[in-house]
Write a protein that binds this ligand. Structure first.
Ligand SMILES: [Ca+2]
Ligand SMILES: [Ca+2]
Length: 216
């Protein structure tokens, strides 16, 4: 082998090793960060569609961002005193959207809402709107109650299988007294690697393959 060819092969091997190291880093980082459940909805943008803080006997008006501020109201707080609340307006859809600002794999949720209603939590996946969780009514209770466990604001409702999404939506379900309110939505998961990371991963594998072939 000529000196020039030898130098070229050595450079290729180094290139492959660097790509392999970067690939390993990209692969390992999400694994490390996913060890602890992270609320991926925390402080994300919230938008209200339809009429809110309407009807009923009136109450306090709060910022929509309180739904994702990580704070639960005291158990039993009055439904229209500190939460985002609304009276059902027939014919006019009323719903809350949380933009996750990225794609996440989510495996569990918590919701604090008025006790005597059911709510539906939706998610978007490949341009379809699907149901993630039928948030149940909490009987024999009053005011704001956390689901799944009103007595524990750390217990998560775990999905039968994780979902992948970039946006959530919550609205009142059929069962209810037409007076709804939501004070907290938490979604636990980890980021899905962006296409650039996947491309790097593929390039790293190619580099590793080339390095191994030249060693053989
Ligand atoms: Ca809150
Ligand atoms: Ca209600």
């Amino acid at each position: 082998m000529s000196e020039t060819k030898f130098a070229c092969v050595t450079s290729l091997r180094k290139f492959g090793l660097v790509l392999f190291a970067v690939t390993a880093l990209v692969c390992v980082l999400p694994t490390v960060t996913s060890a602890t459940p992270v609320n991926v909805a925390l402080s994300k943008p919230v938008s209200l569609s339809g009429s809110f803080f309407n009807g009923g006997s009136g109450g306090t008006v709060v910022n929509a961002g309180t739904i994702v501020d990580g704070v639960f109201l005291f158990r039993g707080t009055q439904w229209n005193d500190g939460a985002v609340w609304w009276e059902l307006t027939p014919g006019t859809p009323q719903y809350i959207v949380i933009d996750l600002l990225g794609t996440y794999e989510i495996d569990s949720f918590m919701v604090q809402a008025d006790n005597n209603d059911e709510y539906t939590l939706f998610y978007w996946h490949e341009n379809s709107e699907l149901t993630a969780w039928d948030v149940p009514e909490i009987v024999r209770a009053e005011g704001m109650q956390t689901r799944p466990n009103p007595a524990d604001n750390t217990q998560r409702w775990v999905l039968s299988s994780p979902i992948t999404t970039n946006k959530l939506k919550i609205m009142g379900a059929v069962i209810g007294d037409s007076y709804y309110s939501v004070s907290e939505v938490q979604a636990f998961g980890s980021p899905v690697p962006e296409p650039t990371s996947l491309l790097l991963f593929g390039t790293g594998l190619v580099g590793l393959g080339a390095w191994r072939k030249r060693r053989a």
